[in-house]
Write a protein that binds this ligand. Structure first.
Ligand SMILES: NC(=O)c1ccc[n+]([C@@H]2O[C@H](COP(=O)([O-])OP(=O)(O)OC[C@H]3O[C@@H](n4cnc5c(N)ncnc54)[C@H](OP(=O)(O)O)[C@@H]3O)[C@@H](O)[C@H]2O)c1
Length: 253
């Protein structure tokens, strides 16, 4: 059997685009998301690809452990892990629903961390494996009006880069994909689709192709698009008080 990739958040957006790319390279795909109907449609769309679908709310109690146990019960190895499931929320921190913001921290941080922990054990025993963690350009700066989201993505980048160093020489690579605004369901879910930053969103297939290529080349961090790269570069030299002003401005309509 060929290699197996586990993709979280595979029912739409970047996750769905990753399905197309891994399918082309003859991977066995394990796809996870809540929307079972959509996952079933995707399975039908790729008849010549081996696809295992698992419908799960990854933020439910014990969900990540149950997911991993289910994969191991079917004797599948995870050769590649794509930690992609995530969401954001636009609005003033104190006015946004607290439960939803805590749920975001759970999905964007805890689920990604727990799944990485399980999968790393088996990758280490095989001395082989690839992990892609989907962060964001938001990882590089504080984000007024999306304060919690930006902070979760800062965690993803910091966590991933630390692991790159820990895993040197282990045969396991970690690639962090940091897209800028991209045309997926993200903008709608976050209520950010009318904001200035989404007026020039990148196509999802473009962002994922760049990410996929970087993953296969064992790159450490990848930022799709020249303007996103330029922004991340500029942020390094700008005073933080100016950075937060700019982010607040582009987060508005
Ligand atoms: N689009 C952008 O502008 C952008 C920019 C930078 C980074 N990102 C990051 O890219 C990643 C993918 O987002 P996207 O843009 O592709 O958005 P999307 O189209 O909304 O996709 C999000 C995916 O996550 C899944 N998901 C959400 N909550 C879940 C839960 N509780 N349990 C399991 N799966 C869950 C969704 O599936 P179900 O609804 O079926 O569960 C969906 O497949 C996220 O981590 C996001 O932060 C996006």
């Amino acid at each position: 059997m060929g290699k197996t990739v586990l993709i979280t958040g595979a029912s739409s957006g970047l996750g769905y685009e990753f399905v197309k790319l891994f399918s082309k390279d003859n991977y066995h795909l394990i796809l996870v998301a809540r929307n079972l109907k959509r996952l079933e449609e995707i399975k039908i769309e790729f008849p010549s690809t081996k696809i295992t679908i698992i419908s799960k709310d990854l933020t439910a109690p014990n969900a990540v452990k149950e997911l991993y146990e289910k994969i191991k019960a079917q004797k599948f190895n995870v050769d590649v892990l794509v930690n992609n499931a995530g969401f954001g929320l636009l609005g003033e921190f104190d006015k946004l629903d607290l439960k939803r913001q805590l749920n975001m921290i759970q999905l964007n941080i805890s689920v990604l961390t727990e799944l990485t922990h399980y999968v790393l054990q088996e990758m280490k025993s095989r001395k082989d494996g690839k992990i892609m963690n989907v962060a964001s350009v938001a990882s590089f700066e504080p984000g007024p009006l999306m304060a919690v989201y930006y902070a979760t993505k800062a965690y993803v980048l910091s966590f991933s880069e630390a692991l790159v160093e820990e895993l040197k020489g282990s045969g396991i690579t970690i690639t962090t994909l940091c897209p800028g605004p991209t045309s997926t369901n993200f903008g709608k879910v976050a209520s950010a689709d009318k904001s200035k930053m989404f007026s020039r969103a990148m196509a999802a297939d473009v962002a994922t192709k760049i990410g996929y290529h970087a993953l296969m080349k064992n790159k450490r961090v990848v930022i799709p698009g020249a303007s996103n790269k330029a922004m991340v570069y500029l942020v390094k030299f700008m005073p933080r008080s100016l950075v937060t002003k700019v982010v607040k401005y582009i987060s508005q309509q």
